[in-house]
Write a protein that binds this ligand. Sequence first.
Ligand SMILES: CC(C)(COP(=O)(O)OP(=O)(O)OC[C@H]1O[C@@H](n2cnc3c(N)ncnc32)[C@H](O)[C@@H]1OP(=O)(O)O)[C@@H](O)C(=O)NCCC(=O)NCCS
Length: 178
Amino acid sequence: MDDVAVGPLDLAARVDDALAVQALAFGLTSGEVAVRRHIVLRHMACRGARAYGATTPAGRLVGFVYGMPNDRAHWWSTIVQPYLVRSGTEHWLDDAFVITELHVHPDYQGRGIGTELITTITATAEEPRTILSAIDTESPARRLYRSLGYVDLARQVHFPSAARPYAVMGAPLPLRRR
Ligand SMILES: CC(C)(COP(=O)(O)OP(=O)(O)OC[C@H]1O[C@@H](n2cnc3c(N)ncnc32)[C@H](O)[C@@H]1OP(=O)(O)O)[C@@H](O)C(=O)NCCC(=O)NCCS
């Protein structure tokens, strides 16, 4: 972690900094950044939405996470629901805290920042479990989630706007310590 500090983030105020991190970490075109900007601002107005950031002493944002209690009426939940029904895991949509985004700037990855962000935000959740979606491939993100106790609830989940299929993962809270 070095001198990077993790703490509550006013994501609506820092949305451009956060999307700049996401664009580098995840790969977003400028058009996708513009679309995400609206989505993030809308999400931050949802009940229980919260964000944490990783910041250098100079105030530079180098990582962030945000999420909220799952709402079955939300777009994400309506897309994943039939897949979870098929795999017998639909109950995970109730009383669950959703991790919507987690990204760390490439220059700052592999130092424990992603772990700190996701364990910090989920420690604030009152729900007994947490769910998320990640591109369905063996990535550092999937490895990190598994190490914290997340298991696959459904695979090959297709979001209408996404080129690649996702896996939906869930873990009991509190997360396992690595
Ligand atoms: C997924 C992501 C957020 C993880 O962030 P991160 O800060 O690199 O995560 P961590 O440093 O906590 O963990 C990554 C690895 O570094 C290791 N690590 C942690 N602290 C370390 C340290 N001090 N020294 C060496 N290695 C360390 C961890 O053990 C982990 O190893 P693993 O790959 O075997 O699981 C980051 O890789 C990322 O932004 N990826 C691109 C965007 C993305 O895919 N986001 C998720 C969308 S679902």
